[in-house]
Design a protein around this ligand. Structure first.
Ligand SMILES: Cc1ncc(COP(=O)(O)O)c(C=O)c1O
Length: 376
């Protein structure tokens, strides 16, 4: 079967380990296992974990902790998987069929977009508008969603723009879904990674046909655990589970145990404040750097996520720019082309400060060369 390439993930998987400065990642630099385990007692207990098959849908202990974050949810509403990408995949696999009409927020992480294309669904893009600070126009969703719409997929907080859906937009989305009977599929993996403003409100709890995906990779800084989850009505969760039987069967046992520690409410808040403090320290570094190039760059300050989505004023295609940065300066960024938007680039703001500064300096070198008209 021919698949629609997931360009950003392929780009990252291929090159992220080969460059000196990896600025394509959208999460904060990772927490260490020792920071999660803390005491010797916890470490000792962890080492005694039997390495048998784990529970297929996640342990009851972990599912209870996850359920507690979603009003009215029980462990039966929760399905734990390997990363929110896997949760997105199985939900989309169940929902998107050939010729189905699906409304997808763009720009977006582009996973569900590529899957919808691969499976022959008809995509109606719900555009985030830069002049609205990367919100969609509520009128657009009214016009796009019809009785034929099977699902509306959103990414909130949004990757790559870092915007958080406004109140009018939330209302328009929920109203449109209710009117049409479409499913809402909301990827909320950046919830808890707010640089400023209040914690993002989940779309959970306003409409029965809602599916939420989330995980530990971004706001929690633990992508290595590969823990993600899907929350939805128990009947739908049961319908989706058989898809996972053809995939990875279960989450990893050690990760399930560690996720329980991470999601314990006190620990969760500690982790979220670590994330926020990294974002608050690092964003000004990138902002000041952009200010130094005010004629070249403009951006809407991101509310959440370790990302900055930058519009540039240079006569070079975004993929060409990213390739020159990678090959000549050993820096990896994400070109706007991966989101279907030439003229933009996404830079990660989550690495340690010195690393980030050094990476930006390397980008400066190329900017100087471009200004001087150097071709290669
Ligand atoms: C919006 C969004 N969803 C899902 C993922 C995948 O995350 P995970 O590591 O949980 O599979 C990413 C990764 O960048 C993302 O940006």
């Amino acid at each position: 079967m021919k698949i629609e390439p997931f360009e950003m993930e392929r780009w990252q998987s291929k090159y992220e380990r080969l460059v000196d400065y990896e600025l394509s990642e959208s999460g904060v630099h990772a927490l260490k296992l020792s920071e999660l385990l803390g005491s010797q007692k916890a470490t000792k207990e962890f080492l005694e974990t039997p390495l048998g098959y784990p529970q297929a849908d996640g342990t009851p202990a972990l599912r209870s902790e996850i359920a507690a974050m979603y009003k009215g949810a029980t462990p039966e509403h929760v399905f734990v998987m390997n990363g929110s990408s896997e949760a997105n995949f199985v939900a989309a696999w169940h929902l998107f069929e050939k010729d189905d009409e699906v409304v997808i927020m763009v720009p977006n992480y582009m996973q569900t977009y590529g899957l919808a294309k691969t499976w022959g669904a008809k995509i109606k893009p719900l555009k985030l508008r830069e002049y609205l600070d990367w919100q969609f126009d509520p009128e657009d969703i009214k016009n796009l969603v019809t009785k034929k719409t099977k699902a509306i997929q959103v990414c909130n907080p949004n990757n790559p723009t870092g915007s958080v859906m406004g109140r009018n937009q939330r209302k328009a989305l929920i109203d449109a879904a209710k009117d049409s009977g479409a499913w809402i599929l909301s990827d909320e993996v950046y919830l808890g990674a707010e640089r400023e403003g209040p914690r993002t409100e989940s779309l959970w709890g306003h409409y029965e046909k809602t599916l939420i995906t989330n995980g530990l990779s971004k706001a929690y800084g633990m992508p290595g655990l590969r823990i993600g989850w899907l929350v939805g009505p128990p009947k739908m969760i049961e319908e989706i589970k058989p898809h996972h039987d053809y995939l990875t069967l279960t989450p990893a046992k050690l990760s399930d145990r560690l996720a329980q520690l991470a999601l314990e409410p006190k620990m969760r808040e500690r982790i979220f404040s670590r994330t926020r403090s990294i974002l608050q320290k690092n964003y000004p570094i990138v902002r000041d750097w952009m200010d130094d190039h005010a004629s070249l760059f403009s951006h809407v300050p991101p509310t959440a996520g370790a990302i900055c989505y930058i519009k540039y004023n240079m006569k070079i295609n975004s993929m060409d720019l990213a390739e020159r940065l990678r090959k000549q300066k050993s820096v990896l960024i994400v070109p706007g082309d991966h989101f279907g938007m030439d003229g933009y680039m996404r830079i990660g703001t989550g690495p340690p400060k010195d690393y980030l500064l050094a990476g930006l300096n390397r980008i400066d070198e190329l900017l100087r060369e471009l200004k001087a008209g150097k071709k290669r």
